[in-house]
Design a binder for this molecule. Structure first.
Ligand code: ASP
Length: 352
């Protein structure tokens, strides 16, 4: 269904781009896709979300867990879709949808964030406005209830793009964002993951950055296209279990974990952050579209299935372009994901 939907949108564009148009001297001539063509074929709005990629196989989830994840993904999409349907902005849709996912203990963002080696929760988030290329991000915050809102506030209420640690928290406090006691982020499940990671580390002597086939990511992300044609993207995470030394992954790094530009696409990533930083994944998708003329589908498939896979960079991404085409690519066993367009809804977990 996902394939069919995006094929239809691509086919509509292709038909427009390939159609022969009469020119004044009477000769038929192939024309390139014009701005008008894109707008004609454009979905009025679109929203796509992820809740992390990783070793997520059908056998790993009980039927109850499976339906809890699907319900949460649907509820998150409901929030964003409602905003977009009513003519709200892509930025609002991204922020509010991610709020919901941050509040859910199912995902590694906000409440439910993974633990650092020191037993703390350090949260990262970023947001980008494709209309202006404004962006905001926070890294390593421990008391901000909704890191995505802190990222948006950095973008809109500070002259900076990226604030980290205590400074980011002071900023959040100074503008009255919701803050919580760090204990708010504790969940038993993530605590047990940390204990397992530490036991594995003691056994193997290997720190988490060594690829671990059992790793489950749970970062959340959202990309939206609103009725005005603006694209926004955001990502929020607790990072990777057992991280240390103030490690920050790709999620709050503009161009790596998050990117948006109305001229190309919006992207939010999840996976082994060190690879996503080094391969500048989110921007690479947009750059391939801009410089090589690739479609969203071609660009995302190339980056995730070929480039990253070849070097062992595990993970995935969600993306949409200005026509509302959607891509949800991953090179792992699964990725919590879903999208909505007028009259269309999809939610998925596994590869098949
Ligand atoms: N990309 C995130 C990080 O490396 C982790 C994730 O996607 O779950 O911090």
């Amino acid at each position: 269904m996902k394939k069919l939907a995006s094929m239809l949108a691509v086919a509509a564009l292709f038909a427009l781009s390939a159609c022969d148009k009469q020119v004044q001297n009477g000769h038929a001539q192939k024309t390139a896709v014009t701005e008008d063509d894109v707008l004609t074929a454009r979905s009025p709005y679109a929203i796509v979300i992820h809740g992390g990629a990783g070793t997520i196989r059908r056998k790993d989830l009980t039927p109850q867990q499976d339906s809890a994840y699907r319900a949460a993904l649907n509820a998150a999409l409901d929030i964003g879709e409602e905003i977009l349907r009513n003519g709200g902005s892509a930025l609002d849709a991204v922020e509010q949808t991610i709020h919901y996912l941050e509040d859910s203990p199912l995902f590694n963002a906000g409440r439910g964030a993974v633990f650092t080696n020191a037993g703390t929760n350090e949260l990262d988030a970023s947001i980008m406005d494709g209309r202006t290329r404004n962006a905001g991000a926070v890294g390593g915050v421990t008391i901000v209830k909704h890191p995505i809102s802190a990222a948006r506030a950095v973008m809109e209420q500070s002259p900076h793009v990226f604030l980290v640690g205590k400074g980011a928290e002071d900023f959040a406090l100074s503008i009255g964002l919701d803050t919580v006691d760090p204990a708010y982020f504790f969940t038993q499940r993530r605590w047990e993951s940390l204990q397992r990671a530490k036991a594995r580390e003691a056994q193997t002597g290997q720190y988490l950055v060594d690829p671990n086939p059992d790793y489950k990511f749970g970062t959340v992300g959202c990309v939206a296209l609103d009725k005005d044609g603006n694209i926004a993207a955001g990502t929020s995470t607790g990072g990777m279990t057992n991280k240390r030394w103030g490690r920050i992954g790709d999620s709050p790094i503009i161009g790596a974990g998050t990117f948006a530009d109305n001229n190309t696409c919006g992207v939010s990533c999840t996976g082994h952050g060190e690879f996503f930083i080094r391969w500048v994944v989110a921007y690479d998708v947009a750059a391939r579209m801009e410089y090589l003329g690739e479609s969203l589908e071609e660009a995302t498939q190339h980056v995730i299935r070929e480039k990253l896979k070849a070097v062992g960079g595990i993970g995935g991404l969600i993306a949409l372009d200005r026509a509302g085409n959607i891509s949800m690519e991953f090179n792992t066993e699964g990725m919590y994901r879903g999208y909505a367009r007028p009259g269309e809804r999809y939610v998925g977990i596994y590869k098949d």
